[in-house]
Ligand binder design. Structure first.
Ligand SMILES: O=C(O)CCCC[C@@H]1SC[C@@H]2NC(=O)N[C@@H]21
Ligand code: NA
Length: 610
């Protein structure tokens, strides 16, 4: 397809130019990005539609566009069950995290950690987030460039450079408004590209019925294993339940998403944008899964590594797409635009959120007298430097090897899980104190890296189940077992002890690490003296007990909660030692006192204001 190369370049160029144009527009319009409120928070003026499309774009990159079809092709439709995790994975952010974070009028999610615990906890949370996003950005920049280079001979590092520079440019000049509006444009391109491949692929395979019969002959289309074994890579439990923790770590407490919720005009808009994410996320998941099924129907599970020279299933997805689309004018270019749209929208969100937290959490508190102009300039310089850093991280990905989807999900599990645990410790457990929080985070990260690196070293993060080629009907579990018993007890290499620990499915990492942080955090908190109700900053705790017990009649609740419903007046004052305006939460632009009181959820209180 060298003859279509020029059209690839044209479409690729148009995509970069359009993104730059949107960035330029937001640099020259509105407040012309002169304040951090506008540059980092889009003047908190966004409506729910652009926010919801931007929320999708943040964590739907080329990794999902390439990695999910490769996953379906290799392991069957199990992965589709992560869609079940989207229900709780978005309801809990909408009704727990957004109300708390929005009403505190934060700029960075990690300001919450100082309000609830202490400054050191906030700094550790911010540094952990920066670590997670820098590595994740590297994967996102590298994936499309590597895939294209493997198949179309696109100049690898030239593409990485072009993508990284264009993205850094429009993020630096246009701020969050530009990032959100380019996300909207890029998400539409992303869906269009995937749809094109599916339509052409189905048509070339001989129609929907042909694809379905081809696929269902090999694996029962929606066969899912309910196997409770946590080392089984993908089961309903690892995806449906483990996936909820993964979603909470991304859509509940990740700065990239929290910043979008906080940029909404009203809290209602923020909650609505979270609800609107659900159908688009299901659509994105369906498109990438169907693409994998169509690819399976076409290639019938054969291993094309001979033709490709690379055994990686990820590269095979691109060769499948180029096979399908070659000769159709503009479509190969559209798919390349789709890949890079997915990558650009994720990387720009990462740059902007990294610049925001660095500014708000690491720089501003030490230079309170810094002028707006200088702060905005510094934010832009930060966005630029993170851009260049991520190009370096792209090279690191080159060394990771694994399937890109697995690498990304492991990063979220290993680093995002502990951060989720830190927020849950603060929000649901009022007794937790900052010593407990720090100890919990440390323990969570230590365990996370122990399991994660252990699994990479022993190459066992869940059992690899490669699908046989077409025509071989997969036996159901019990038949297989029957055969095995018939053949005498074939010693299945059941890992034991530490090896079993390392073979924990990576889909459980988020849940496992989150629980470790909470457990250790609570133990240390109780050992060092749990926090008292009146010491906790108002509005930083979710009245879980109250919510759960709200069906109880009043008298039982008061007895159970043991807290008189009306806290005495002096308890209502936010404790002086948490001088809130040190966090850019000056009282006048925050809530009025009676508003805070009305909202103040006495965490053991059964009535709930959240
Ligand atoms: O596409 C990526 O860059 C990361 C891979 C997907 C991340 C998770 S999976 C569940 C949720 N759904 C998405 O579309 N993204 C996140
Ligand atoms: Na994206």
């Amino acid at each position: 397809w060298t003859k279509t190369l020029p059209t690839h370049f044209v479409i690729f160029g148009v995509l970069l130019a359009a993104s730059l144009g949107i960035g330029l527009y937001h640099a020259l319009s509105g407040g012309r990005q002169r304040t951090t409120q506008e540059f980092l928070m889009a003047d908190r003026s966004m409506k729910c539609l652009p926010v919801s499309l931007s929320l999708i774009a943040s964590f739907q990159s080329a990794v999902a566009i390439i990695g999910v079809p490769a996953e379906i092709y290799t392991h069957g439709t199990q992965y589709w069950f992560i869609g079940c995790a989207y229900i709780l994975g978005l309801l809990i952010p909408a009704h727990v995290f957004i109300p708390i974070l929005y009403r505190l009028r934060l700029s960075s999610a990690y300001q919450y950690l100082e309000l609830r615990f202490s400054k050191p906890v906030r700094i550790c949370g911010t540094l952990t987030f920066i670590f997670q996003m820098v590595i994740y950005m590297g994967v996102c920049v590298y994936t499309p460039a590597f895939a294209l280079n493997a198949v179309t001979g696109f100049e690898l590092w030239g593409t990485v450079l072009a993508t990284g520079l264009v993205c850094t440019l429009y993020t630096t000049i246009g701020g969050l408004k530009a990032v959100i509006w380019t996300d909207v444009f890029q998400t539409l391109v992303m869906f269009a590209g995937q749809l094109a491949v599916i339509v052409v692929g189905v048509q070339k395979t001989g129609g929907v019925s042909e694809v379905c019969s081809e696929v269902s002959s090999v694996f029962s289309l929606f066969g899912f294993s309910l196997n409770p074994d946590p080392t089984e890579r993908h089961t309903f439990w690892t995806l449906g339940v483990g996936g909820v923790f993964l979603m909470l770590s991304l859509y509940g407490v990740n700065q990239a998403q929290v910043q979008r919720y906080l940029s909404a005009r009203t809290e209602k808009d923020a909650v609505r944008s979270c609800y609107m994410v659900f159908p688009s996320l299901q659509l994105a998941l369906a498109l990438s899964c169907v693409m994998g099924l169509v690819m399976f129907a076409c290639y019938c599970g054969e291993d094309h590594s001979s033709k490709l020279g690379t055994a990686s299933r990820d590269a095979m997805v691109i060769s499948f797409v180029m096979d399908m689309l070659q000769g159709l004018p503009g479509l190969p270019g559209l798919f390349i635009a789709c890949l890079f749209s997915a990558a650009l929208s994720t990387i720009s969100s990462a740059f902007n959120s990294l610049a925001t937290v660095t500014m708000e959490d690491l720089i501003k508190p030490h230079f309170p007298a810094m002028t707006e102009a200088r702060a905005t300039l510094l934010s832009k310089a930060l966005a630029m430097s993170y851009g260049l850093l991520c190009l370096a991280m792209a090279y690191l990905t080159h060394l990771m090897g694994d399937s890109v989807l697995q690498v990304a999900l492991k990063i979220f599990g290993m680093v995002g899980g502990p951060i989720l645990g830190l927020f849950c410790l603060g929000i649901f457990f009022p007794w937790a104190n900052s010593t407990g929080a720090l100890a919990g985070l440390g323990a969570g990260l230590a365990v996370a890296f122990w399991v994660g690196i252990g699994s990479i070293v022993t190459r066992s993060s869940g059992t690899k189940s490669l699908l046989p080629a077409c025509g071989v009907v997969l036996l159901s579990d019990n038949t297989t077992t029957a055969i095995q018993t018939a053949l005498g007890n074939v010693t299945l290499s059941r890992p034991s002890g530490l090896k079993r620990f390392y073979s924990l499915s990576y889909m459980w990492y988020s849940a496992f690490n989150c629980s470790t942080v909470i457990l250790i955090g609570l133990i240390i908190s109780f050992l060092t003296g749990p926090m008292k109700a009146e010491d906790v900053t108002p509005g930083t705790v979710y009245p879980l007990l109250g919510k759960l017990l709200c069906f109880l009649p009043e008298r039982h609740k008061k007895k159970l909660c043991g807290v008189t419903p009306q806290l005495s007046a002096q308890q209502r004052q936010p404790p002086h030692h948490k001088e809130s305006n040190g966090l850019g939460l000056s009282q006048e632009d925050g809530q009025s006192q009676e508003e805070t009181d009305a909202f103040l959820p006495r965490f053991l209180e059964c009535e709930t204001a959240v």
